[in-house]
Structures are given as structure tokens and as C-alpha cells.
Design a protein around this ligand. Structure first.
Ligand SMILES: NC(=O)c1ccc[n+]([C@@H]2O[C@H](COP(=O)([O-])OP(=O)(O)OC[C@H]3O[C@@H](n4cnc5c(N)ncnc54)[C@H](OP(=O)(O)O)[C@@H]3O)[C@@H](O)[C@H]2O)c1
Length: 253
């Protein structure tokens, strides 16, 4: 049940990659805190199911099917948020893919897809959110980076590079948009989270390696990450939570 005195009452939040995992949990948590939420992803049926859960709990939601690699669709996403709710206060760039494989396999299509979704998707999100936030004189952009944005790992070189890029972009956004535009920026950097991300790893050895390593360990749950996002976006206006690194206690590196 959304809290009528919740910290996000009267605010509008766009969440990309909201059809599963972390994005879904973030959409649920922001809605429960009082925000009107516009969840986006490609799988429309999943978004409708999420919207049903939010409405059932008394929340406000407008799902918008979106491919973040298509700039015009991301612009349309911002337009839906502002025209439906009159503001665009929070934009969570969460959509991401992680088709891990060793570099020597030369899966160039997978490398490009990671760049398209994990980097270009963030750039399109930034471009789409900026006009409304600048006009309002305030806003908050949350980028879901990764612990991998701090150190590469075998089979994860390109994925890691995209998350290093997210970290650099987040840092630069704070420099350019923080003091001058009153737009706060947060880079959320989770370690291993139990989501569908790993099931899409095409390289059999990489996928099995992950599953084997984590079969007896407690990974983070999507709502653990959503909790960190809520912490950042509900901080007082003069507080900019720049980065949150969170990982399973059982993840040593
Ligand atoms: N799980 C982890 O251990 C972990 C750790 C650190 C960081 N992360 C990051 O967390 C974010 C969310 O991942 P997750 O773990 O929650 O995985 P997930 O359950 O697989 O969710 C990924 C989301 O991204 C969406 N997506 C993929 N391509 C898209 C596109 N072209 N356009 C729009 N949406 C797209 C998917 O929706 P559709 O397929 O419906 O489009 C889905 O909603 C990613 O940025 C990931 O890199 C995850």
C-alpha cells in the first residue's frame, strides 16, 4: 500500500528495464513510496503484470513499452511521463544486458549489444530526461552500474567496460549537472543479484561457472538494490548520493 505521506508523493519516476529483476523491484518500491511510476522495457505483457500489482496496492502507474536502443522510443517515454503526470523528477537508467563470453570467442554482436543497451541506452535516457528536469530546475538521474564498473573479470571484459562507462558518465553528469542544474546523479553498483541476467549468458562455460560459484551462497535480492535506490532518491534536496556499492556478504571480490 503506498504511503500517503511517503517521501516520493507528487513525484514522477521513469524506470527502464522494469519487466524483471532490479528494475521491477525499483518500480514497486518507488510506487510504494508514493511516486507515479512509468515502467519501461520491451516485454509489454510483463509491464502490464507489474502495473496490475502496483495498482492493486493502490499505486499510480503508466507502463510504456520501450526499447532503450531506439532513441525515438526513449524520447516518447519521457513525453508519456510529462504529459501524463506533469513532471519528470526521477529517471532510473536500469535496462542492461550481460551476455558474457571470453574475448577469444569474438562474439562481436554480443559486444555491440552491450554497448547499445548499457551505454547508448543510458545516453538516450539522459537526453530524454534533461529538458523536463532543466525546465523544472531539479531532477534525479539514477544509473544502475555495477561492481563490474570498478574491476573487470574473466569473460566479463566488455560488460565491465560498459559499466566503467556508466561510472564515468555518472561522475561527469554530477560535474556538469549537479551544482549548475540542480540535477542529482547516483551510480548504483551492485555485486551479484539473483535475477534473469545470468540465464541469458550464451557461453555455456561462463553461465555454468557463475551458477556453480553461487549455488550455495546468498546473493543480493532485487529489492536490496531497490532499497538503495529509494535511499538515494529520497535523501534531502541538498544531499547528492553519488555512488552506492553494495554486494553480497558472500562476495569477496
Ligand atoms: N543481476 C546482477 O547481478 C547485477 C549486478 C550489477 C548490476 N546489474 C545491472 O542491473 C540492471 C538490471 O539487470 P537485472 O539483473 O535486473 O537483469 P534482468 O532481470 O535480466 O533485467 C534486465 C532488464 O533490462 C531490460 N532490457 C534489456 N534490453 C533492453 C532494451 N533493449 N530496451 C529496454 N529494456 C531492455 C529487460 O527487459 P526486456 O527484455 O523486457 O526489454 C529487463 O527488464 C542491468 O543494468 C545490469 O547490468 C545486475
Amino acid at each position: 500500500m503506498p504511503d500517503p505521506t511517503g517521501p516520493l508523493q507528487g513525484r514522477t519516476a521513469v524506470v527502464t528495464g522494469a519487466s524483471s529483476g532490479i528494475g521491477r523491484a525499483v518500480a514497486l518500491r518507488l510506487a510504494a513510496a508514493g511516486a507515479a511510476v512509468v515502467p519501461a522495457a520491451r516485454r509489454a505483457a510483463r509491464l502490464e503484470e507489474l502495473a496490475g500489482s502496483i495498482r492493486e496496492a493502490g499505486g499510480v502507474v503508466t507502463p510504456q513499452p520501450t526499447d532503450v536502443t531506439r532513441r525515438e522510443e526513449v524520447e516518447a517515454l519521457a513525453e508519456v511521463a510529462t504529459s501524463t503526470y506533469g513532471s519528470l523528477d526521477i529517471w532510473v537508467n536500469n535496462a542492461g544486458v550481460m551476455p558474457l563470453s571470453p574475448l577469444v570467442e569474438r562474439r562481436v554482436e554480443d559486444w555491440i549489444q552491450m554497448v547499445e543497451v548499457n551505454i547508448n541506452g543510458v545516453l538516450y535516457g539522459l537526453a530524454a530526461a534533461l529538458p523536463a528536469m532543466r525546465e523544472a530546475g531539479a531532477g534525479h538521474i539514477v544509473n544502475v552500474g555495477s561492481l563490474a564498473g570498478r574491476r573487470p573479470f574473466p569473460s566479463g571484459t566488455v560488460y565491465s567496460a560498459t559499466k566503467f562507462a556508466v561510472r564515468a558518465l555518472s561522475w561527469g553528469m554530477h560535474l556538469e549537472l549537479g551544482a549548475d542544474e540542480n540535477i542529482r546523479v547516483t551510480d548504483i553498483q551492485p555485486g551479484v543479484v539473483e535475477t534473469e541476467l545470468f540465464s541469458h549468458i550464451p557461453d555455456e562455460a561462463s553461465r555454468q561457472g557463475f551458477l556453480e560459484t553461487w549455488k550455495d551462497r546468498a546473493s543480493l535480492q532485487p529489492d536490496d538494490v531497490a532499497h538503495a535506490v529509494l535511499h538515494a532518491v529520497s535523501a534531502p534536496a541538498h544531499v547528492s548520493v553519488s555512488e552506492i556499492l553494495l554486494r553480497p556478504t558472500a562476495q569477496p571480490t
